[in-house]
Design a protein around this ligand. Structure first.
Ligand code: HEC
Length: 189
């Protein structure tokens, strides 16, 4: 019997520690995936229904996370921050930070090497101001209903409205299947 074998004990302790921390990351990852999925679905369906009922002018206000209740709810409840970002932004408030830029560039390189944009995600634990933060990003693919306001050909009426609201807009010229941007989530651990 090697009941007191220090190696066995050390291995046992190491297993417990790694299992615990893995569990924690699993939880954050599951939550982040759920949030991104929910936001992606809500955003698209709300855009489509508003465009059908009230036209594209009204829908311009919809492509904004604040127009979607779930974000505020989740952000209040949990110790997390949810947003959207892109390498070509419309709203300067959505500008990526250094970590986000790195992931977006990695998404672009993956996409260029043939990986399906729908599967692209990234998570990492980082230290920020002495705090441990779980960071997550999920790619947002360019889809058909997005073309009206982010595509290659945009009507003059919509262009004018967008330019009024976002004079520094860069978020046009996309094709379906390209990377429009990403959901970005931070959870304090
Ligand atoms: C009716 C016009 C319209 C449509 C359709 C539209 N968007 Fe947008 N989009 C906007 C506006 C306006 C903003 C700026 C929102 C803000 O102030 O945060 C925006 C911002 C974004 C952003 C945040 C990054 C940035 O550029 O500031 C992403 C990501 C995005 N849109 C993705 C999509 C996707 C994906 C679709 C299709 C499912 C879509 N949009 C359809 C008008 C539109």
């Amino acid at each position: 019997m090697n009941k007191h074998n220090p190696f066995a004990i050390a291995l046992f302790v190491a297993c417990i520690i790694s299992a615990c921390s893995n569990n924690n990351v699993d939880e954050e990852l599951t939550l982040s995936r759920e949030i991104s999925k929910e936001l992606g679905t809500q955003l698209k369906s709300k855009l489509v229904s508003t465009m059908q009922s009230s036209g594209p002018d009204a829908a311009i206000a919809v492509c904004n996370l604040e127009a979607i209740n779930i974000t505020a709810d989740i952000s209040d409840k949990n110790n997390l921050v949810v947003g959207r970002t892109s390498l070509k932004i419309r709203n300067p408030a959505n500008k990526p930070d250094a970590w986000e830029t790195k992931q977006l560039e990695w998404f672009e390189s993956q996409l260029a090497s043939g990986v399906d944009v729908k599967t692209l995600e990234k998570n990492e634990i980082v230290k920020e101001k002495g705090k441990k933060i779980f960071r997550y990003m999920k790619a947002i693919p360019m889809q058909e209903p997005c073309m009206l306001c982010h595509g290659e050909v945009i009507s003059t009426a919509i262009k004018e409205k967008i330019n009024d609201l976002y004079p520094q807009d860069q978020a046009t010229g996309y094709k379906v299947g390209e990377l429009r941007g990403a959901f970005t989530i931070k959870i304090e651990m």
